[in-house]
Each structure stands twice: as structure tokens, then as C-alpha cells.
Write a protein that binds this ligand. Structure first.
Ligand code: BG6
Length: 464
């Protein structure tokens, strides 16, 4: 079993939602499974009332099977250091704590800083860590930035510039938790290790590609954050464009961090926004923290094109929203119809390759097969692979990602140029119909009525 030792995790924003629900539970799992044996954790937040016990107690309910020995182990190596992220003296104390822990445990300086804070803090925290002499360009420390990375292209560029003055890109881990999901991790491997897919993966054989991130949940008490962001910035800029990049990128020279990211960056640069639908669920404006006149979209559908030899003429439809009928994160690749020969119907139904990410995990390939009897009647049948049957105990996305940061593997993290190309796409989407307010849609529906108009106008069938 591969395991990593001697790391100090510094979680900035330790009392926040992500640390509570995901990061501390992920550390628990890594310790429980033995992937992590010796570590220390320093939690930082601007909350004088929190304590180690209150932080761990809150997190415990998000750990699927809390183990009391592991929880005790975490408590033994956990230090809580409350300070304001703009207060230099707090960083001086942090430096002393880091040095004391390293000498107490005999660690040799591998430090991981995880910034689970709003992006406005990314540059100041990074610069304050450097000013206090806690980190130096090219040293043994790594820094992870939780999404969203900025608010638009200009802010992302300015954060990149600020953090590059302190860190080398090889030390920077821009987190997109979708890249830690098993089925997302599978996309490039499936694409490039199955020979039969390779000649078909282009505009000659693919009719359209649809990517869904439909959510049943609402904004989950995050009104103040969400109203500033909206669906395009919250999930399209990152999760959905990363899925598109993995599906559409050219074969990388190797499946390693540098080459995968070169290939994703190159394809994101060729994406053009053709059309956008924005929606807002009924009742959104009365959610706590939301402006009563808000025009923030809780739903977005995009029609994108990719201007390169492989994808010319193939529309990519992305659709996401809160309060939709059911959770469904999936990718549907629809192939063109085969030639009309002797079968009924003629032409035969199109084949589909479906990658189910959540809540189902797996693949399905819909092929045509003969219906029993004497006719030439055919019908689509799914050939399905259910991932959880093969691998019932897959790690959670954040476990995989934390482990990758410890190993120094950047392949599941987003490089500065990918981030900037993605924001350019989102800025272009916002620039479409800027004066048109989002259409109100009913909770529990599939989204605004314009979806039907698109299906007719662009002559395709929504697959969700
Ligand atoms: C987060 C968004 O990044 O992704 C949330 O901020 C969204 O609004 C979530 O609900 C979806 O992720 P998952 O893994 O639950 O599908």
C-alpha cells in the first residue's frame, strides 16, 4: 500500500463548509486506510469561539464510518490557530507553530496549504505566507486553491499573477473536485485505451455531445455566495468545462500532468459560445442572502462549438441547474445514424455512449440489436458497465485529490492557462443577451421552456 508521511496540512478556512464536510473526513479516511500515517494538521480561521473539539465534532457527522482511534489520532495532531487572514502577526505565530510541530514530530518541511476560502483571499493569504517567511518559491511546500478561482477572466489573471510571484506553478494545485471523481478520472483512459473508439471520435461520426450537471438540491443556504456567482460561474466554468475538455482534447503525448493539461488547455482555447439559456427557479429571490430583485441564473444551458479539425460542426450542449427534477451528472455522446439498409426503422436509431458520473457510476453503450422474431425490426439495447459493482469501495474525490497533492501529482489539478481559457468562455456566455433576465422555471421541472425551442431550432433531442 502506498502511503505518505511527514506532511503538515494547513487548512485556511477550517471552520467553513468544505473543511467540515469534505477535507477533515477525507483526512480521516486516508488515515484509516493507512495511506497517511504521520501527519499534523493546523486549522486556521477567523473565529475565536471555535475549538478543536467543536471543529472535529461538526465534521464527524460527515464521516461515513467514524473510527474512534482515528479521530483520537487526528485530535492528537490537530492545532487550531484563529486569526484574521489580513493580520501579519497571525502568520508569525503560524510560522512558529509549523516549526515547533516539525521539530516535535521530526518532519522535514513538507507543508500543504489548503485555501478553503473565498477567492478574494487567495492573493492576500499567499502573499502573507511569503512575507512571514513560511513559504519560498521552489521549497517543499504546496498550495491548493479551492474553486471558484476568481470571478471572471480579469480576476483569475490577477490571482494567477499574484500567486506566481510567490510560488512556482509546480507547487500550485487548483482544485476542481470533479477531477477526483472515479468516473471523470476514467474518461481519458477509456478514450485512449479502446482502439474501437478512436476512429469514431470526431465530426465524421459524432452528431452531438451533451453534458449534464442537473441538481435536485437548491442553493443550500449559500445565498450570499451563490447570488454573486450563479450557475455559469459556480459549476460551468470549472466542472462542466473540465468534462468537455477531457472529452474533446486531442490525444495527449502521455497521460501525465503536463501533457493532459497541455491538451485540455489547447481545446478550451478553441471553444466558442453560440447560444445561452439562463433560468432561475421560482422562489430563488426569497432565499436568505439573495437580493430580492436578483437576476442571477440558477440554471444555464449552452450551445458551444469547438473550432478545430476534429470537432467542426459538432454542437456541444451543456445543461445545469438547481432544483431540477433529479440529480444527473452525465455525458451523452450521440453518434450519427448508420446507413439505411434492410432494417426497420430506417435509418436505424443512433448509437449513444453514456458516461454516468452521478448518482450512477458507469458507462452504457447503446447499440442496435434485432428484435426476436422473423422481421428485420431492430431496437436499441444498452451494454452497461456499473462501476460500483466492480469497485464497491472507491475513494471519495477529496481523498484522491489530497493524496495526489501529497504525491506531487498535478494531473487532476487545473493549470493557470486552462483556468483563464475557461473564464474567457464564461465571460463570453455572460455577454450573450446581457439585458435578458433569466426565465423563471418551476422547481422539480427540467428547466425553462426555451429548452424545447432549442431542440426544434437546432434539431436534436435532449438526452436527460
Ligand atoms: C460545487 C458547487 O462546486 O459542486 C455546488 O459549488 C454544486 O453548487 C456541487 O452543488 C456539485 O458537486 P457534486 O459533486 O455534488 O455533484
Amino acid at each position: 500500500m502506498q502511503h505518505m508521511d511527514g506532511t503538515i496540512f494547513v487548512i485556511m478556512g477550517v471552520t467553513g463548509d468544505l473543511a467540515t464536510r469534505k477535507l477533515i473526513p477525507a483526512l480521516h479516511e486516508l488515515l484509516k486506510d493507512g495511506h497517511l500515517q504521520k501527519c499534523a494538521i493546523i486549522g486556521v480561521a477567523n473565529d475565536q469561539t471555535a475549538t478543536i473539539d467543536s471543529i472535529l465534532e461538526k465534521s464527524k457527522s460527515f464521516i461515513p464510518e467514524p473510527n474512534s482511534d482515528v479521530l483520537q489520532k487526528i485530535r492528537d495532531v490537530f492545532v487550531y490557530q484563529p486569526f484574521d487572514f489580513n493580520d501579519q502577526s497571525g502568520y508569525q505565530k503560524l510560522k512558529v507553530t509549523l516549526e515547533n510541530l516539525e521539530s516535535q514530530f521530526g518532519f522535514s518541511g513538507q507543508r500543504i496549504f489548503y485555501l478553503s476560502v473565498m477567492p478574494d483571499y487567495f492573493a492576500p493569504i499567499t502573499q502573507n505566507l511569503a512575507l512571514a517567511g513560511i513559504i519560498k518559491k521552489g521549497d517543499n511546500s504546496r498550495i491548493a486553491y479551492e474553486k471558484p478561482f476568481g470571478h471572471n477572466l480579469a480576476s483569475a489573471k490577477s490571482i494567477n499573477k499574484a500567486i506566481h510571484s510567490v510560488f512556482d506553478e509546480s507547487q500550485i494545485y487548483r482544485v476542481d473536485h470533479f477531477l477526483g471523481k472515479e468516473l471523470v478520472d476514467n474518461i481519458a483512459l477509456v478514450r485512449f485505451t479502446n482502439l474501437f473508439l478512436q476512429p469514431l471520435w470526431n465530426h465524421q461520426y459524432i452528431d452531438n455531445i451533451q453534458i449534464f450537471l442537473n441538481e435536485e438540491i437548491d442553493i443550500n443556504h449559500r445565498g450570499a455566495f451563490y447570488d454573486r456567482y450563479g450557475a455559469l460561474r459556480d459549476v460551468v466554468q470549472n466542472h462542466m468545462l473540465q468534462l468537455l475538455a477531457l472529452i474533446a482534447m486531442e490525444p495527449p503525448k502521455a497521460l501525465d500532468g503536463q501533457h493532459i493539461r497541455d491538451a485540455k488547455s489547447a481545446v478550451l482555447q478553441c471553444v466558442k459560445v453560440e447560444d445561452v439559456i439562463k433560468g432561475q427557479y421560482a422562489g430563488y429571490r426569497t432565499e436568505s442572502g439573495v437580493n430580492p430583485n436578483s437576476t442571477t441564473e440558477t440554471f444555464a444551458a449552452l450551445r458551444l462549438s469547438i473550432e478545430n479539425d476534429r470537432w467542426t460542426g459538432v454542437p456541444f450542449y451543456l445543461k445545469t441547474g438547481k432544483c431540477l427534477r433529479a440529480k444527473n451528472t452525465s455525458i451523452h455522446i450521440t453518434f450519427k445514424s448508420a446507413q439505411c439498409m434492410v432494417s426497420t426503422p430506417c435509418p436505424p436509431p443512433q448509437n449513444h455512449l453514456i458516461i454516468n458520473i452521478d448518482p450512477a457510476h458507469g458507462f452504457a453503450l447503446e447499440i442496435n440489436a434485432k428484435v426476436s422474431g422473423y422481421s428485420n425490426q431492430i431496437a436499441p439495447v444498452p451494454m452497461t458497465f456499473c462501476h460500483s459493482k466492480l469497485c464497491p469501495n472507491s475513494p471519495e474525490a477529496y481523498e484522491t485529490l489530497l493524496f495526489d497533492i501529497m504525491k506531487g501529482d498535478q494531473s487532476a489539478f487545473v493549470r493557470f492557462d486552462e483556468i483563464e481559457h475557461s473564464w474567457a468562455i464564461i465571460d463570453a456566455a455572460h455577454a450573450q443577451h446581457p439585458e435578458t433576465p433569466p426565465t423563471i422555471y418551476e422547481k422539480g421541472s427540467q428547466g425553462p421552456d426555451e429548452l424545447k425551442i432549442w431542440a426544434e431550432k437546432y434539431n436534436f433531442v435532449w438526452r436527460d
